[in-house]
Design a protein around this ligand. Structure first.
Ligand code: NAD
Ligand code: UDP
Length: 323
């Protein structure tokens, strides 16, 4: 017999809100879980541990409001939850290019499965999308209305196009099934718990500097990124979920830096004597990236608070204790 689930009928008797965090053992997911758990909510973390680590969650193991499920989002799952924070997907180019077909499956099938779950139980769902939907942008800085310039065939396409179809799926579920969606376009975020071997620029430079190695600048270092500290990002994510705007919404720090400037800053903080060496620029590496955040400022009263110097100091301290 088919079970009919009335919309929003699964409010937790204990806390009023059951959260599913996919990719919860990863960098952003584990920080989100800290925030939710510290607010007294119930959390189910779902992860396949491709780039996530149980050690990011040790502080919550055995807590009565917390559960971990080892599961791959490319497979469907049945759970009763009120809110789905869908973060599961490798985020660093090194990891998402390791098995690009799997990355595309994770983005498409994973989002499809989570939207199906959201629809079945009447849950609200937030998709962790990315600034990569803008590709190598011809419009600078990037507002949400910019449709992007993505290579469909390159080595970043599995991720970029994967996130684009994931966004499309969200809006089709909203149109067809009235699913309550939130689509968040995350710009480069850094902080404690990035994997030391992640390949992302902030973790690479800090780890190289702490190990006394030369910092590897891809290309001439004139390409730009805008770096957001993780605490600011998580605050934006929570406000987006709790607010009434579906998105897509940029969440990121609009302070733009060249990669060379970032290397010089990290070197100065850890060991000014270190060498900077150049390596080839990877294919399709975007030349510039900076979010327009007016929408988040107006809709969520959100803007980043932590500047790069302060965020780097906190991140360096964490890496010193953890590598
Ligand atoms: P991360 O690699 O640290 O975390 C991703 C998590 O998802 C890991 O725990 C990994 O094990 C898990 N995962 C991967 N594939 C899975 C699958 N098939 N099934 C279940 N779990 C799976 O990355 P992150 O930086 O925490 O990124 C989280 C989300 O935010 C990703 O969706 C990413 O695309 C998005 N995002 C991050 C950034 C950033 O700067 N950190 C920027 C843009 C978008
Ligand atoms: N980068 C670099 N040296 C490194 C790692 C990355 O110069 O050791 C560059 C990379 O080519 C890109 C920028 O830093 O231009 C940001 O790279 P990351 O992988 O962190 O993020 P994304 O390219 O996805 O924005």
């Amino acid at each position: 017999m088919k079970t009919i689930h009335p919309k929003n009928n699964f409010k937790s008797p204990k806390t009023g809100c059951r959260n599913l965090v996919t990719g919860g053992a990863g960098f952003l997911g584990s920080h989100l879980i800290d925030r939710l758990m510290n607010s007294g909510e119930e959390v189910i973390c779902l992860d396949n541990y491709f780039t996530g680590r149980k050690s990011n969650l040790l502080q919550w193991v055995n807590h009565p409001n917390f559960e971990i499920i080892r599961h791959d989002v490319t497979e469907p799952i049945r759970l009763e939850v009120d809110r789905i924070w869908h973060l599961a997907c490798p985020a660093s180019p090194v990891h998402y290019q390791f098995n690009p077909i799997k990355t595309a499956k994770t983005s498409f099938l994973g989002t499809y499965n989570m939207l199906g779950l959201a629809r079945r139980v009447g849950a609200k769902i937030l998709l962790a999308s990315t600034s990569e939907v803008y590709g190598d942008p011809e419009v600078h800085p990037q507002p949400e209305t910019y449709r992007g310039s993505v290579n469909t065939l390159g080595i970043r396409s599995c991720y970029d196009e994967g996130k684009r179809i994931a966004e499309t799926l969200c809006f089709d579920y909203q149109r067809m099934h009235d699913t309550e969606i939130r689509v968040m376009r995350i710009f480069n975020t850094y902080g404690p718990r990035m994997l030391p071997e992640d390949g992302r620029v902030v973790s690479n430079f800090i780890v190289q500097a702490l190990l006394g190695e030369a910092l590897t600048i891809y290309g001439d270092g004139s390409q730009t990124r805008s770096f957001c500290y993780v605490d600011d990002l998580i605050e934006g994510m929570i406000r987006l979920m709790n607010g009434s705007h579906s998105g897509p919404m940029n969440i990121g720090n609009p302070n733009e830096f060249t990669i060379l400037k970032l290397a010089e800053l990290i070197r100065k903080k850890i060991n000014p004597k270190l060498e900077l060496i150049n390596k080839p620029l990877p294919q399709d590496d975007p030349l510039q990236r900076q979010p327009v955040i007016n929408l988040a400022q107006n809709e969520l009263s959100w803007e980043p608070k932590v500047d790069l110097e302060e965020g780097l100091d906190k991140t360096i301290l964490w890496f010193k204790e953890n590598i």
